[in-house]
Design a protein around this ligand. Sequence first.
Ligand code: HEC
Ligand code: HEC
Ligand code: HEC
Ligand code: HEC
Length: 179
Amino acid sequence: MKRALLLLLFVLPVASVFQALSADAQYVGAKKCMMCHKSENRGDQWGKWSAGPHAKAFITLKSDASKTIAQQMGIADPSSHGKCLQCHVTAFGAPAAKLADGFSHDEGVGCEACHGPGSLYKSMRVMKNLAAGTQDPQAVAFIRGDAESCLGCHNEASPTYKPFDFDKAWAEIEHNIPQ
Ligand code: HEC
Ligand code: HEC
Ligand code: HEC
Ligand code: HEC
């Protein structure tokens, strides 16, 4: 009993320090991932994302198609309305303190929309440890990504919803590191 209490006294503060750290993680913007993720032989994640649908998700909200959809919902400017931004940008609704200097919603659905805010994990050391499995992802707010995470946006709340087939959708945005 005493031992358990003593353990708790040590474990709890350590756990909350980690939580405080990951809670402090900031969104840095996709450009900060570019320098290490654009080489062809490592899968060119930057190039694939830039050319894919997610990088233009914010610009889409300025199109005539978006204005028409928005009008029907009584929204004048889709590119500044939460009912559209919530799925068309990274870090929608995050408090200013979570956004690093230089971060801009204009990047659309960026790397961090799926992988978590990057300020704590974007260093070479942490990234290598994450890939090697020796770094606790949660402690640095890192998310590896999976099929379920897509459904946060690819769902019926989207005014243009198309039934979502993960395998097909993933094939379109796949950015694996070649073995
Ligand atoms: C300083 C260089 C560097 C930066 C900056 C960087 N990464 Fe990485 N990242 C790496 C390296 C090295 C790996 C290990 C994989 C490899 O060998 O290519 C990696 C691996 C990853 C992985 C796979 C991890 C795993 O579990 O296998 C993801 C996802 C990732 N990075 C996302 C990002 C995102 C998102 C950003 C920007 C917020 C970013 N990286 C910024 C160097 C970097
Ligand atoms: C933060 C919200 C968000 C998340 C999370 C998200 N997407 Fe998307 N996705 C969008 C938006 C918005 C578009 C439309 C972009 C445009 O056309 O401007 C889109 C478009 C796409 C498209 C092209 C259009 C289509 O439906 O065929 C594919 C493919 C896609 N996403 C795959 C995925 C996959 C796979 C995942 C999960 C790994 C995912 N998305 C996660 C918001 C998201
Ligand atoms: C629940 C998340 C979500 C919300 C909210 C949302 N979108 Fe989207 N949007 C998506 C996704 C995901 C796609 C990709 C196609 C699909 O499955 O709907 C998309 C695609 C689009 C497209 C491109 C359609 C195409 O087929 O190329 C337009 C235009 C668009 N959205 C406008 C809007 C507008 C305007 C609003 C606000 C009134 C809005 N969206 C709100 C998730 C969302
Ligand atoms: C729409 C969501 C989404 C976006 C945007 C996104 N990723 Fe990913 N990423 C994923 C998913 C899902 C996986 C697959 C995880 C798996 O295979 O277990 C992944 C895997 C990776 C991997 C590891 C690949 C491997 O073979 O191990 C790296 C590296 C990576 N992403 C980097 C990035 C970078 C850098 C960006 C931005 C330039 C980015 N991702 C944008 C969802 C996304």
